[in-house]
Write a protein that binds this ligand. Structure first.
Ligand code: 2AM
Ligand code: CA
Length: 261
């Protein structure tokens, strides 16, 4: 399998679906969404976008199965699996805001082998096919060198249902407010990609699903960054907890924010 060739075709698909989302968002702003109800409208767009992705990716690699947010296709255990989120950043999207993205990962058994995350508004295409081969559009990605929390530029997200552990992490985060700059941007796939690009130094979030993180995590690792779950282990794709970082700042995030008292 020529992954670079496959990736360039996946980029075209991500661009087509991203442009669809962008056009629909412009209509969404003009329409009276109350007519249909916001939820229904977004569900409709999510599903349309997902079906576009599934059809195109099926043609590209007929033997692969799918793990998707909208469940428009049933999951089947196969050697190759596309793990896709047609619209990551839904809350931003329905408010006419940005960023939002299309997120596509290809897994071979347990391993991710390709990641593509596309922001159609900023026209930013993050991709990776192997270690050292991670790009933003055509520029190679490199993580930041920030080694301390102090002066760090750090993204995070708050789960829709916050448990005790989540509240604790939020309190720890607040204790660091004077030391570093925190941002909540609302698209996990992009926020992890920003760490890969050296835009931010780290990102953490719980309550996430595989399609939110699989592509971004692979892009980050190929750019030389690091991912872990909240215990420091490797269960960050299916385990619903993720710390993504440039590597250098990882331990401080774990010590002071994720596991700190
Ligand atoms: P979505 O837009 O597809 O729902 C926002 O915090 C980011 O986290 C988005 O990427 C959002 O994806 C994702 N997310 C997924 N599950 C979440 C949850 N339970 N709580 C908060 N954010 C969640
Ligand atoms: Ca998502």
């Amino acid at each position: 399998m020529n992954l670079d060739l496959l990736c360039s075709e996946v980029k075209d698909i991500a661009r087509t679906v991203g442009d669809y989302l962008k056009n629909e968002q412009a209509l969404l702003k003009r329409n009276d969404i109350e007519l249909k109800g916001m939820r229904n409208y977004v569900t409709y767009i999510d599903k349309e976008a997902e079906q576009m992705l599934v059809l195109a990716l099926q043609q590209l690699l007929p033997e692969a199965g799918f793990l998707t947010e909208e469940n428009t296709v049933d999951f089947e255990q196969r050697p190759y699996t596309w793990v896709i989120d047609p619209l990551d950043g839904t809350t931003n999207y329905v408010h006419g805001d940005t960023p939002y993205s299309v997120s596509i990962a290809l897994m071979h058994n347990e391993e991710t082998i390709m990641g593509v995350v596309y922001d159609p508004v900023a026209d930013q295409m993050f991709t990776a096919t192997e270690m050292g081969k991670a790009y933003l559009n055509d520029l190679p990605l490199q993580v930041s060198k920030q080694a301390k929390l102090e002066n760090g530029y750090i993204g995070f997200g708050i789960p829709y249902s916050l448990n005790e552990k989540g509240e604790h992490i939020l309190q720890n985060t607040m204790k660091q407010f004077k030391k570093c700059s925190f941002r909540i941007k609302g698209s996990a796939a992009l926020e992890i990609s920003y760490v890969a690009a050296g835009i931010s130094d780290a990102y953490f979030h719980s309550g996430l699903s595989p399609w939110d993180v699989a592509a971004g995590a692979f892009i980050l690792q190929c750019a030389g960054g690091m991912c872990s779950d909240f215990s420091g282990g490797n269960n960050y794709i299916f385990g619903k907890e993720m710390v993504a970082s440039n590597g250098a700042i990882h331990q401080e995030i774990m010590n002071y924010i994720i596991q700190g008292n």
